[in-house]
Design a protein around this ligand. Structure first.
Ligand code: ZN
Length: 144
């Protein structure tokens, strides 16, 4: 479903979903937002024209009624990422210049995910920017 948003933003491209690995999914609570339940994930999709597989980042927000057919999830971001994209900073616990940012908010990075989750530039998604981090362990049930 995240690809629907991607195709809307990139009408010249056509990708077909291939798979997602369970340990590339992070669910967390973003207290700064009105609808706090967010999921970040990487998944693989194939370019229908070239056959090349690309890694995508998607951010889902559980904003709607859970009975709406998508379990209440709405896609709030979907972008192609690669090995050079920024990983999550959850485990690293490092901050730019080694100090906390004003309001403990870093618009460029995600502090909810582990480094293996690749993210587009920070403005491309809306949750995960709180440098104080997120509830520890709640995502473990999603890691095989
Ligand atoms: Zn993240």
């Amino acid at each position: 479903m995240a690809l629907v948003l991607y195709h809307k933003n990139h009408p010249d491209e056509q990708y077909q979903y291939v798979h997602v690995r369970l340990n590339e999914v992070y669910s967390f609570i973003e207290y700064r937002l009105q609808d706090p339940h967010h999921t970040h994930m990487n998944f693989i999709a194939r370019d229908v024209k070239t056959g090349l597989e690309k890694t995508f980042f998607a951010e889902l927000c559980m904003c709607n009624d859970v009975d709406d057919g998508n379990s209440g999830y709405v896609t709030t971001a979907c972008e192609i990422v690669d090995g050079n994209s920024s990983g999550g900073l959850r485990i690293k616990g490092v901050f730019p210049d080694g100090k906390f940012l004003p309001d403990y908010y870093d618009g460029e990075n995600c502090y909810a995910c582990a480094e293996r989750i690749k993210h587009p530039p920070g403005a491309g998604y809306r949750a995960g920017h709180d440098v104080l981090g997120y509830g520890v362990g709640e995502e473990e049930s999603l890691v095989e």
